[in-house]
Write a protein that binds this ligand. Structure first.
Ligand code: ATP
Ligand code: MG
Length: 183
């Protein structure tokens, strides 16, 4: 089985947004696919760190081609998260600083910024900071941004934008999140 290499390498900006399930899973799927090509992938997750999800350990199997960094103190908009806003913001600021570094490090073919759209929507990071990442990324670098409520200016700069549409979600039938599928 052989696929021709693309005639011209193009560093895409891909946005995965919308309310339906599948944004983070799709980004992780790209990381898996990239490893098959021996590409180097950096994944930075924003606003996580409160709930265990299988990729935390699953991605260890893909090292050293995949580097995984989790940041955050959970979803600050969700009721009951007792951590003050400024702590959420500080940790998102740390993550976007790291994103900037890794994007320009020359070490990666693909950088995935998981839940950065939500972080922007919640003002944990600022629009100029995100746009700067998009506008200054190396031309060959593939950049993937996930999370609900993607900003229109981010979508405008992207080459591929997918909006996940919730047709149904098991949680609406009271079915608990299932390992491997939901976390
Ligand atoms: P996934 O990580 O499963 O790809 P996602 O990244 O599209 O989901 P998030 O908003 O990041 O969605 O939410 C992650 C968690 O919330 C997952 O456990 C997922 O199953 C669940 N979830 C995603 N979409 C919905 C929805 N529309 N209704 C309820 N729960 C959802
Ligand atoms: Mg997600």
């Amino acid at each position: 089985m052989q696929n021709p290499e693309p005639k011209k390498k193009f560093g895409l900006i891909v946005v995965l947004t919308g309310n339906g399930k599948g944004k983070t899973s799709s980004a992780l799927g790209m990381a898996l696919r990239a490893v098959g090509h021996k590409l180097h992938v950096c994944i930075i997750q924003f606003m996580k760190g409160d709930i265990y999800s299988g990729e935390i350990d699953g991605l260890k199997w893909l090292a050293p081609l995949v580097e995984f960094h989790q940041s955050g103190k959970g979803v600050c908009a969700i009721q009951g998260n007792p951590i003050p806003y400024h702590e959420h913001r500080a940790s998102a600021q740390c993550a976007i600083g790291q994103a900037r570094e890794e994007i320009h490090s020359g070490r990666f073919d693909i950088v995935i910024l998981d839940e950065i759209n939500n972080a922007l929507q919640l003002a944990l990071v600022d629009l100029p900071q995100v746009l700067e990442l998009l506008d200054t990324k190396p031309p060959d670098l593939q950049l993937v941004l996930t999370g609900r409520d993607a900003h229109p200016k981010v979508c405008a700069r992207a080459h591929t934008v997918t909006e996940m549409l919730e047709v149904k979600h098991a949680s609406l039938d009271g079915i608990e999140p299932q390992p491997g599928i939901d976390y």
